[in-house]
Design a protein around this ligand. Structure first.
Ligand SMILES: *Cc1c(COP(=O)(O)O)cnc(C)c1O
Length: 390
């Protein structure tokens, strides 16, 4: 199942409210709060599971590391992609088997590699010589996959330049891993987060297939293709259902990698975003001058309290209020902190009711991913985003 919330609730047919909506409607909150529905996480997992076929799902823990989310995913049989010692510890504490947890960050502290190896983690990512040395020293004999750089990322939230290495470097790293006594098993990439259409994967998959073929030609016996994340959430622009999207991606993958023994996928956003809603509040509505075309609407949540992905106005959240059946008008939306960068949407203003006023509740839909973890500890004295799991 999918939950595709439209920003204008008034235009939707009347349906009975979801468990999440009932919970939110019957409670008051004294600070911005992310409410996560575990049943919706489960529904997303099952939907992705159906579409991903034979691929292993390694949930990207960073998208939402709420303990109950991890526990539910363990129950469902998910595997995990962890980026740090703390994320690995969390997964193991919640019952994941070490063999189901990969250490997928290409930038790891040497002592954390040793700790992870000691815990039974055997699969590590790398994209640099120095990282392979660290792994060989602290996890001798471990399996490693090499992350390839994705030069042209089609995602709304690209991860392109920071991670991965180019093809020649990747081939050299496979050789080097062998020389260091490691077990080089394959490649990974990340097409870019919030890649809205499956066909946007094609250029990256074509490049990956060529690199894979070159590695086989060079004599490497590769067994693992890690296709990363990128599975989108609904933020107003139409997307496929998770099952449909994932099965389209898998069709593209299988056509290019027909004989790969093991495929891993690492959905983060696609697993949890649509399972959460943030309950926020209007703090102030104002105009800077009589001639000002747009109102400024200040919320109690901003760039530093969970909505970091509004950077560059990349991810466009849908906002919902109780007044959405009234006349709407554009506004610039900003957070509450005393930092001028704390503006959410200005280049493309947001439509909100003209009658909106301070104290009004604002729901921000499909915000279960990359919000709670992006909230600062206490910038300006604002507490981090509260999380309630139901
Ligand atoms: C963040 C991350 C993911 C998850 O990406 P989504 O776009 O949220 O699905 C997957 N793999 C790796 C290595 C990541 O760093």
């Amino acid at each position: 199942m999918t939950l595709h919330f439209a920003p204008d609730a008034a235009s939707l047919p009347v349906v009975s409210p979801s468990r999440l909506d009932r919970y939110v409607a019957t409670r008051s909150f004294d600070r911005p709060t992310l409410v996560m529905d575990l049943d919706l996480v489960e529904a997303q997992y099952r939907a992705l599971r159906r579409g991903l076929g034979r691929a292993d799902i390694h949930y990207a823990v960073k998208a939402n590391p709420a303990r109950q989310v991890i526990a539910r995913l363990v129950d469902l049989g998910s595997h995990f992609d962890a980026a740090s010692k703390a994320e690995i510890a969390l997964c193991l504490e919640e019952g994941a088997a070490p063999s189901d947890v990969s250490f997928g960050n290409t930038i790891k502290r040497a002592s954390d590699i040793a700790w992870a190896w000691d815990q039974g983690i055997t699969l590590f990512a790398a994209d640099a010589e120095e990282e392979l040395h660290k792994i060989a020293e602290n996890a001798p004999g471990a399996s490693v996959y090499i992350r390839l750089i994705v030069e042209v990322s089609p995602g709304d939230w690209p991860l392109s330049r920071k991670f991965g290495c180019d093809r020649d470097t990747a081939l050299r790293l496979l050789d080097m891993a062998n020389g260091l006594g490691l077990n080089p098993v394959g490649f990974s990439f990340h097409v870019g987060s919030q890649t809205r259409r499956a066909d946007m994967w094609i250029p990256t998959l074509d490049i990956m297939a060529a690199v894979w073929a070159a590695a086989i030609d060079a004599g490497h016996d590769l067994t693992l293709l890690n296709i990363g994340g990128g599975f989108p959430a609904f933020h107003g622009e139409e997307i496929d259902t998770p099952t449909h999207y994932a099965s389209k991606v898998m069709k593209l993958v299988e056509a290019r990698f027909p004989n790969v023994p093991r495929i891993m996928a690492e959905p983060g956003r696609g697993m949890v975003a649509e399972a959460g809603v943030i309950v926020a509040e209007v703090m102030l509505v104002s105009r800077k001058s009589d001639r000002d075309l747009h109102r400024w609407v200040y919320l109690d949540i901003g760039r530093f309290s969970g909505l970091a992905e509004t950077e560059g106005e990349a991810i466009r959240y849908a906002f919902e209020t109780a007044r959405d059946s009234e006349a709407m008008g554009p506004c610039i939306l900003a957070g509450p902190s005393c930092d001028s960068a704390d503006v959410l949407y200005e280049k493309r203003p947001v439509q909100l009711p003209l009658s909106l006023t301070s104290g009004d509740r604002v729901l921000i839909r499909n915000t279960g991913a990359y919000t709670s973890t992006y909230a600062s500890v206490c910038f300006n004295g604002f507490p981090p985003l509260d999380v309630v799991v139901i």
